[in-house]
Design a protein around this ligand. Structure first.
Ligand code: PHE
Length: 452
């Protein structure tokens, strides 16, 4: 264990930072629009089952691997496997970090732009009849300059925070930003449920109609459970590596999962109550929050203020997730290559920002993938990461614990710092097996779907 490794200042700080990583665009942007398109409550239930069955064991595995080794994902797999090829699982995670952050920070930039639009009162000119909001959104994201400006600003903020280190940067900001997020969201939920006709939105989100759930919805719900808890690319290994051995990993993992789920559901309540109360379409798709909500805010009493709150909240959530992705890359170059923190952060933050420029341009007239068909570079980065890289990384992590590191070693790490009764090893083994099988099934189904 390295003596001079940075550590979290407190257990609470660690939980907020890990929750800050988990809670992001996945909860507030992706979850509501996917639920809206794939059967509402039925989708929500499948997603919840996946979080427990797949998310919990893999989150525990990542925390344990990180804390045991006190290393970045590549170093961690190397250390626990006797320098074997398992290091590739860590490298795959590093690749995923590049892929995810380069499109994630583009959307992070959109949240900044929409906070600015809300502040300047621009939403008051939006009305649902002539689709002004949709035009504004589409013109903005396809513009060659504007979204890049906001994207670069967003990445700049990430670099600044990561540069400050674990305790002074990530933990400090998570402790300020995460409670703020919860408060803002609660305000919006109260606003939503007190709108006339809100009940229909609640029924849509919580009363399942199984007929509405399609096969694609099941697959998406499974894949999303990885994305939303930041699993499968070593983020939670990295955050676990800044822990001392006195933290109860099971309690921390349960806290992160509960917080992440509660925030996704609260976001769902805030959004669908408003969508239904004001007669909008829940299946609008990825534009749900950028197109539908700005149209709704001017129609609500106090909407100008709620508009600012909502987009600022989304920006906060995106920022605390984005920094956790950049930290994976930073930790690797510090631990394995001996780089300074600032050199690693600035270099790779800049490279990722540059890739992101192409992701953003691909939504307008310059798509590097154009010769291959309709797919944009932006969508490719998104699909590649949540459909393949994260589930593959998660599956390999589960296999690693069962086959290479060994369940006994894993259990020993899990119990350290735990005040809980001893979990039976067989039960834990069963959980890992089921998690592995479920993920293997999703991947198989996906690949089969492409081949036939
Ligand atoms: N969990 C984050 C979200 O829901 C995204 C993320 C994915 C962060 C993978 C880190 C690693 O928005």
């Amino acid at each position: 264990m390295t003596e001079n490794r940075e550590h979290w200042g407190s257990r609470f700080g660690f939980i907020l930072a890990a929750a800050g990583s988990a809670i992001g665009l996945g909860n507030i942007w992706k979850f509501p629009h996917m639920a809206g398109q794939h059967g509402g409550a039925a989708f929500t239930l499948v997603y919840l089952i996946c979080i427990i069955v797949v998310g919990l064991p893999i989150l525990l595995a990542e925390f344990a691997i990180g804390r045991r080794t006190q290393l970045n994902p590549v170093g961690a797999f190397k250390a626990l496997s006797g320098n074997s090829q398992w290091k590739w699982v860590g490298l795959l995670g590093l690749g995923a970090a590049f892929v995810i952050l380069s499109f994630y920070s583009v959307v992070g930039g959109w949240t900044l732009k929409y906070t600015y639009l809300a502040l300047t009162g621009a939403f008051s000119t939006f009305s649902s009849e002539n689709n002004v909001a949709a035009q504004v959104f589409n013109n903005f994201i396809s513009d060659p300059i504007q979204p890049i400006f906001w994207h670069v600003l967003f990445m700049g903020l990430c670099i600044l925070i990561i540069n400050k280190g674990v305790k002074g940067g990530i933990e400090r900001w998570s402790k300020i930003l995460m409670p703020l997020l919860l408060v803002l969201l609660l305000v919006l939920v109260v606003r939503g449920v007190t709108l006339e006709g809100a009940g229909e939105g609640l029924r849509f989100l919580f009363a399942p109609k199984w007929g509405d759930l399609d096969a694609e919805g099941v697959i998406l719900a499974l894949g999303h459970s990885f994305f939303t808890i930041s699993l499968g690319m070593g983020t939670m290994i990295t955050y676990g590596s800044y822990l001392r051995r006195d933290t109860d990993l099971l309690r921390a993992a349960l806290s992160v999962i509960v917080l992440d789920t509660v925030i996704a559901l609260l976001a769902g309540v805030a959004i669908f109550t408003a969508v239904f109360a004001l007669g909008q379409d829940p299946a609008e798709g990825p534009g749900l929050i950028f197109v539908v909500l700005p149209t709704l805010f001017p129609l609500m009493p106090g909407g100008a203020v709620f508009g600012v709150l909502f987009f600022f909240l989304l920006f906060v959530a995106a920022l605390t997730s984005a920094i956790s992705i950049l930290e994976v890359v930073t930790a690797y170059f510090i631990d394995e290559k001996g780089w300074s923190r600032s050199r690693a952060t600035v270099t790779f933050g800049t490279i990722i920002a540059a890739v992101g420029v192409f992701a953003s341009l691909s939504l307008g007239d310059f798509n590097v993938l154009a010769p291959l068909g309709d797919l944009t570079f932006f969508d490719m980065l998104d699909g590649l990461s949540s459909k393949y890289l994260l589930p593959i990384g998660g599956l390999l992590t589960a296999i690693f614990v069962m086959k290479r590191w060994g369940l006994t070693n894993f259990m020993e790490e899990l119990q350290a710092g735990s005040a809980w009764f001893k979990l039976p090893q067989r039960l834990v083994w069963g959980f890992f097996l089921v998690a592995g099988l479920v993920v293997a099934y999703i991947l198989f189904d996906e690949v089969l779907g492409i081949l036939v």
